[in-house]
Design a protein around this ligand. Structure first.
Ligand SMILES: Cc1cc2nc3c(=O)[nH]c(=O)nc-3n(C[C@H](O)[C@H](O)[C@H](O)COP(=O)(O)OP(=O)(O)OC[C@H]3O[C@@H](n4cnc5c(N)ncnc54)[C@H](O)[C@@H]3O)c2cc1C
Length: 460
């Protein structure tokens, strides 16, 4: 007589060594991949040790890791549950990526409301880090477009959370780095677009003052704007940049041959990086050369260029696993925000990086609009600078420590989704609402189930 296999009490799990996108600080945990909210609830309520949610692992360091505990992945929660083509309201499981949302929404004229520099992030990860994009000055960050989400609390209870119904839990979870519960699904308002292409203007600036002036001006004219800066430039060229700004194109902006397919979108990455990239390939000299060529190649002024979503929003996604270019040593991202009025400190940060000869491969300066009420959300009105350095850069630690001091002394903060080394004492100054967050967590999670390598280091 054929026997039926016993029902599986627990979702598939295995031991895995995980890192974030920067490929530093690996840690080993049980990796569980539940496919239902009930299975998530069972995992959390039965957890004997620490547990933490994980999406696509695009946070730069160890926010989605928990050494010796359980990492609860959303890899099998990947269904789009509904998408209303009229209103652009989508309900998706937490493991759906922003790329999946684009593929589903664009044919109906809907794009994600906020996109970070990669579309390979999950809906759960986008809420938990309250991610921002090039449109922060007009659209705020991701959580502002979330109508509701379902959260499995550390004791296994499930709650549907809305910004009006339970603002405390909503805004602790938005930016809360997975520490309030596991988001199983979310309902998000997408953004109406007329095409899948962007109309982009490019300006090459001579120095940091011109860069900041152009960014400020462009914030008033464009929906999306950002500056790529040459971090190796010194003296009069300090902070010279290529500023790209744009908006979604109208059908009439497209070349005639493309007007028949206004929402065409090809999301596939084209190139892959070899597993073992020669160590040291990215160093002060190669990055200097790259920056020089990139800067000189950019036009002084170009208007009305039509770019694809990939070209404008996610150029790095064109190369799969581009993080391997840093070799086995990996890399550290550092992103700060300092309030408007701290322009001298922004200038000073460029001087410090350039003087330390620390080569940042991708250096991005932008202005944020008002922050949202997220207790640990990163964005706040002001200047944000993202830098990434090969982790083995000599003198990197003292440089980043000095940047922390500069940032804190001007009322700024660093981004937890990218952090790998800031101290707890610094974070307490950077995030004045951390104590509120801790209190709420203590109420929600009396057993202390949810914790990550990041939260233990910073006492979140
Ligand atoms: C190339 C690149 C460019 C980037 N550009 C930007 C940018 O422009 N702006 C920006 O804001 N960020 C940017 N990021 C960072 C990235 O958007 C965030 O770190 C995002 O959180 C990653 O999502 P993920 O799905 O990979 O989550 P993970 O990295 O797996 O997890 C991130 C955090 O979310 C929590 N989490 C994940 N899933 C859930 C869930 N279901 N429920 C509750 N908590 C959960 C985790 O516990 C962890 O704390 C960039 C990253 C890369 C690699």
């Amino acid at each position: 007589m054929p026997s039926t296999p016993p029902a599986r009490a627990h979702p598939p799990s295995r031991t895995a060594t995980l890192t974030g996108w920067g490929r530093i600080a690996p840690s080993t945990a049980t990796l569980a991949e539940p496919s239902t909210a009930e299975a998530v609830a069972e995992l959390l309520s039965a957890a004997a040790g620490p547990a933490i949610p994980r999406g696509l692992g695009r946070s730069y360091n160890n926010a989605a890791q928990s050494a010796g505990g359980t990492v609860v992945s959303s890899a099998r929660l990947t269904r789009i549950l509904s998408l209303d083509p009229q209103s652009g309201i989508v309900t998706a499981e937490a493991g759906v990526s922003l790329e999946d949302l684009m593929v589903a929404g664009l044919p109906h004229g809907w794009f994600v409301p906020v996109s970070p520099g990669t579309r390979q992030v999950t809906v759960g990860g986008a809420i938990a880090a309250d991610v921002h994009g090039k449109n922060h000055h007009v659209a705020g960050s991701f959580a502002s477009h979330v109508l509701s989400f379902t959260l499995v609390l550390p004791d296994g209870a499930q709650r549907t959370v809305t910004p009006d119904g339970d603002p405390a839990l909503f805004w602790a979870t938005a930016g809360g780095m997975g520490l309030t519960g596991f988001i199983t699904q979310a309902t998000v308002q997408l953004k109406r677009v007329e095409t899948s292409r962007c109309r982009v203007d490019t300006v090459r600036t001579a120095d940091i003052d011109e860069t900041m002036a152009i960014l400020a001006e462009h914030d008033t004219k464009y929906g999306y704007t950002v500056a790529w800066s040459d971090s190796t430039a010194r003296g009069r060229g300090l902070g010279r940049s290529v500023v790209t700004s744009g908006d979604f194109a109208a059908v009439a902006d497209l070349p005639e041959a493309e007007r028949g397919q206004p929402f065409a979108f090809n999301p596939r990455a084209r190139l892959g990086m070899p597993d073992l990239f020669p160590p040291g390939l990215l160093n002060r000299y190669s990055i200097h050369l790259f920056d020089e060529v990139y800067y000189r190649k950019a036009p002084r002024l170009r208007e009305g260029e039509i770019q694809t979503i990939g070209q404008f929003f996610h150029p790095l996604d064109a190369i799969r696993n581009w993080n391997r270019v840093y070799g086995p040593g990996g890399f550290r991202q550092y992103q700060y925000v300092m309030p408007f009025g701290a322009e001298d400190a922004v200038r000073r940060s460029f001087e410090m990086v350039s003087k330390a000869h620390a080569p940042s491969f991708v250096t991005v300066l932008k202005r944020f609009g008002q922050g949202d009420p997220g207790l640990l959300s990163f964005p706040a009105a002001g200047w944000t600078l993202a830098l990434d350095f090969p982790a083995r850069t000599p003198g990197l630690e003292p440089l980043l420590d000095a940047l922390d001091r500069l940032v804190v002394s001007h009322g700024g903060r660093v981004y937890l989704a990218k952090d790998s080394r800031v101290s707890q004492a610094m974070v307490e100054q950077m995030y004045p609402r951390l104590e509120e967050f801790r209190k709420l967590r203590a109420e929600l999670d009396s057993r202390g189930v949810l914790s990550s390598d990041l939260s233990r280091r910073l006492g979140l």
